[in-house]
Design a protein around this ligand. Structure first.
Ligand code: DLZ
Length: 162
């Protein structure tokens, strides 16, 4: 029960990403976690055909800045999808709640305002142990899931445009 890998998926159901271009915005707060998410996302995009030239990475200070960082990427590049990676760990004050609300609403708004998908790859955990388990530990790597979601949504959009 407690060791379910949340990142398990059937690779045959993931479209080819060879012609797609991706932006990744990653928060450097809790970077022991977020850089593992980044490695996982890049490896998964490449596994499904994306080339290094078509993966653009931008770093921002914290998860609260992910929304604007993602908007910059969407404004200044021609992307099929933007993946947002961060890790917010609950502390002793309500700060956690405000950051989580801010980034969740911000990314939702970007999805509705731009005609490309913005993927929510932000861990919101009670402690560091939970974060480690989801960034390359026993529950997988949220970066894999974010990458697969980006490819699937980009493919869906291409299908609509035909
Ligand atoms: C300030 C802050 C705190 C307390 N905790 C986190 C966190 O757990 N994860 C995270 O990504 N960022 C955190 N930050 C930083 C904010 O996201 C933001 O960078 C600052 O409030 C400056 O806007």
């Amino acid at each position: 029960m407690g060791t379910t890998n949340l990142s398990a998926y059937n690779p045959d159901l993931v479209p080819d990403a060879g012609e797609m271009r991706f932006g990744i915005v990653v928060s450097d707060w809790n970077n022991e976690i977020t850089w593992s998410l980044l490695d996982g996302a890049i490896a998964t995009l490449k596994k499904h055909g994306a080339t290094s030239d078509n993966i653009v990475v931008s770093h921002v200070p914290g998860s609260f800045e992910l929304t604007l960082g993602a908007q910059f990427l969407a404004e200044y590049d021609d992307l099929d999808a933007v993946i947002c990676l961060g890790c917010v760990i609950q502390g002793e004050t309500p700060h956690f709640t405000y950051i989580c609300q801010g980034v969740t609403q911000g990314i939702t708004q970007l999805n509705l305002e731009y005609n490309i998908p913005f993927i929510f790859g932000v861990l919101t955990t009670l402690d560091m142990e939970q974060a480690k388990a989801r960034s390359g530990g026993k529950h997988g790597n949220k970066g894999y899931e974010a990458a697969v979601t980006a490819i699937r949504m980009a493919a869906l959009q291409r299908e609509m445009e035909k």
